[in-house]
Unconditional design. Structure first.
Length: 733
């Protein structure tokens, strides 16, 4: 029967007890069996808690259990580390319950269930003979929406990382650290799910963790079948997380999933010897505690012993090595990795607000700097102060923008599973190489870029890379290569998708384009223009439709998404050698690099991503071609002239090109010459929406506030091309 058990006084030290226990709970959730330093920190904080409640005799048994289990983990004296970690976690939950309710034992069957686990673990203590708890579904913790949301986000990220590491492990089955890297996130998911009373997620994670523990102990060999089984569990966990997210938003209990099928598959995995036992033995040999001959004999003996017999335990029982030697080898084998960087979670809306305010600060600072009355003061100290303010403002803006930046590696790693499944389905051998995973990109662009990336990767595997037989007939290695790269260049982020397959079939693309009326029969477009035809809606040269591609959808989605993100796509392809798609994107959607130009009395901003060069043409380089309008000759190439004055109704619309400046801009392999009065400079532009009234205005992508406080319009190069083509057709008619 429960009764009130409280501290004798409510001093400040006692009031802080709950906070210390919460810190202890956080430590135990993130605890891993190979984290010796973390175990030490946990035991130290546990001692601090025990010192504060030393006078509460009813808790003595609980602290005795926690200390004993923790010490055994540190000394590597437990057979099943995952069960020991469960004991620590559930014990801390009991402490949390007591700190909140001040009753001991806690109401319900939690204490009896814990005593049963203690008894099974082999510890003796008061209450260990309590009857087992009655099994039943527990209610998830819904009262902390933030904790639930954080769990869902982090669990999904863990599962994506697991998929990547599983594909790597399939190719490097001897890499024990790869197994550890998969084991750890499963352990974290299980721990947090247990804390939130998400019993089915905890149960499935525990089953997979147990299987991976057998791999680490040398009882199970890494095979394709094993990887498929763990991937099947990952898919089921993703489904459970998706249902949990919906249940949380709808205020209902999560769906109960049938776990028996996958649990049966895990239970049927055969136990065999693996490289882990050999590696442990090699470490002991390296320490001169065992001869190579004795190691070989021990490995042969393990083949005929029962599967539950651990290799290190067998060496100790046979008297070949001391327990301390095996423990030290295990610590060396498992305690690898670097500590995680300290982070603070902040609501994304607060970061967005900060970025907006920093943009306003930059504008105001520029206005102050260009104020005519301040310029007339000619005060050197004021100039120095304004310069210092500008530098600090610029640095603050960079820092605030960096808060929105996340590594693109998460998006890249999602494609690893995709490539693996596609290559197996299509009978192709593909070596996927990721480069630049640490390259950072605006958070709002990460999800947006995933769909285009998926389409390009699927097409590379389906259309680009050949089957092993075809590759061999073309004197290529049977395994095709697919590269995903990301890097920064000139204030933009570049994403490359490259393969060493057969390249684009320009002859087939052009024939299909003429058949659909996209290209006139007498027209001979450039190779670049032909390549970009694949982005036309419904365009496909596939002879048959498959589950992967061939319907003519997807590539137009890629184009639309990249355009919406104010980026551009370049294609480089060589027949028989492969293709490369280069996506050029701005680092952020809030700020762009732009060229400020004068057109009549107005100023416009042209994004630098599309600007090729600027020049003042000679009179003899300006022509009027029948059927094409005005053109400018730039290094033996005739470019159509676009008069921005005429398009936007500005003054001086009929000025001769030789009396103005021309900016050569490029879009989808086509070049045009934009006529402007003057180029006022290049600067970073804080983008502002034009509002619903002007949002659909052709030729414009947005606006900004310039240094003098007036509004400058940002031009959309792609839209300008279409607008100019339409105007030209009207004039010819």
């Amino acid at each position: 029967m429960s009764r009130k058990v409280i501290l004798p006084d409510k001093s400040l030290e006692s009031q802080n007890l709950t906070a210390i226990i919460e810190q202890l709970a956080l430590k135990v959730v993130m605890l891993e069996e190979d984290d010796v330093q973390g175990l030490g920190a946990f035991l130290a904080q546990l001692e601090e808690v025990q010192a504060q409640v030393d006078q509460v005799q009813e808790l003595t048994s609980l602290f005795q259990y926690l200390n004993e289990v923790g010490q055994r983990l540190v000394m590597q004296e437990v057979e099943t580390a995952s069960r020991a970690l469960d004991l620590l976690g559930q014990g801390v939950v009991l402490l949390q319950t007591w700190a909140r309710e001040e009753e001991w034992p806690p109401a319900g069957e939690a204490w009896e269930k814990y005593c049963r686990l203690v008894q099974e673990f082999g510890l003796e203590g008061e209450g260990s003979s309590s009857p087992p708890a009655v099994e039943g579904a527990e209610t998830p913790v819904w009262d902390d929406a933030e904790m639930m949301a954080n769990f869902l986000t982090e669990a999904q990220e863990h599962l994506e990382g697991i998929e990547t590491r599983l594909v790597y492990l399939e190719q490097h089955s001897e890499d024990l650290e790869a197994v550890n890297a998969i084991f750890r996130p499963f352990h974290t998911i299980k721990g947090v799910a247990g804390f939130l009373n998400l019993t089915q997620i905890q149960e499935l994670s525990h089953e997979v963790e147990w299987l991976l523990d057998r791999v680490r102990d040398g009882q199970v060999t890494v095979t394709t079948e094993l990887v498929n089984l763990v991937l099947e569990a990952v898919d089921l966990l993703k489904e459970m997380l998706s249902d949990l997210e919906k249940a949380s938003s709808e205020g209902r209990s999560p769906t109960t999933f049938d776990l028996e099928v996958i649990k049966a598959k895990i239970a049927q995995v055969d136990a065999t010897s693996s490289a882990a036992a050999s590696r442990l033995g090699e470490m002991v040999v390296k320490e001169d505690k065992l001869s190579p001959e004795e190691l070989s004999e021990a490995l042969e003996c393990q083949q005929v012993m029962e599967p539950s017999q651990l290799f290190g335990e067998m060496l100790v029982q046979e008297g070949k090595v001391a327990p301390e030697t095996v423990a030290q080898a295990l610590v060396t084998q498992l305690a690898e990795g670097k500590p995680a960087a300290e982070t603070v979670k902040v609501d994304l809306s607060k970061v967005d607000n900060l970025v907006d305010l920093m943009g306003e600060l930059v504008i105001v600072q520029s206005q102050v700097r260009q104020n005519q009355k301040i310029e007339e003061l000619a005060d050197q100290k004021l100039e120095r102060d304004l310069g210092q303010m500008a530098r600090i403002t610029s640095e603050l803006q960079k820092i605030s923008m960096s808060l929105r930046m996340v590594p693109i590696g998460t998006t890249f790693r999602k494609t690893v599973r995709l490539v693996r499944d596609l290559s197996h389905k299509m009978g192709k051998e593909v070596n996927l190489q990721l480069d630049g995973e640490d390259t950072e990109i605006d958070r709002s662009m990460v999800e947006a870029i995933y769909d285009p990336l998926v389409h390009l990767v699927r097409n590379a595997v389906d259309h680009g890379l050949e089957t092993p037989e075809v590759r061999r007939s073309r004197d290529k290695p049977a395994t095709g290569n697919l590269w995903l790269r990301a890097y920064h260049r000139g204030g933009d982020i570049i994403i490359e998708i490259e393969d060493d397959g057969q390249g684009l079939n320009r002859k087939a693309i052009l024939a299909k384009a003429r058949e659909r009326g996209l290209v006139a029969p007498e027209e001979n477009p450039s190779p670049e223009r032909i390549d970009h035809l694949i982005f036309e809606p419904g365009f496909s040269t596939a002879k048959e439709v498959t589950n992967v591609s061939g319907r003519g959808v997807g590539m137009d989605v890629v184009k639309e998404t990249i355009n919406r993100l104010r980026g551009k796509i370049d294609i480089a392809s060589r027949t028989g050698e492969g293709s490369r798609f280069l996506l050029r994107l701005p680092l952020t959607l809030a700020i762009i690099d732009g060229m400020v130009v004068q057109v009549g009395a107005e100023r416009y901003i042209i994004p630098t991503v599309g600007v090729q060069e600027t020049l003042r043409p000679r009179r003899e380089d300006c022509f009027t071609v029948q059927g094409q309008g005005e053109v400018i000759q730039v290094r033996s190439q005739l470019l159509p002239l676009v008069r921005l004055h005429r398009l936007f109704g500005a003054s001086d619309g009929e000025i001769h090109p030789s009396e103005a400046l021309v900016m050569v801009v490029e879009h989808e392999g086509e070049n045009r010459a934009l006529l402007v009065d003057d180029i006022l400079g290049k600067q970073e532009i804080v983008i502002k929406s034009l509002g619903p009234l002007f949002q659909q205005q052709e030729g414009l992508a947005g606006g900004t506030i310039l240094g003098d406080g007036l509004v400058g319009l940002i031009l959309d190069v792609a839209s300008l091309f279409h607008l100019d083509s339409r105007e030209s057709n009207i004039e010819q008619d």
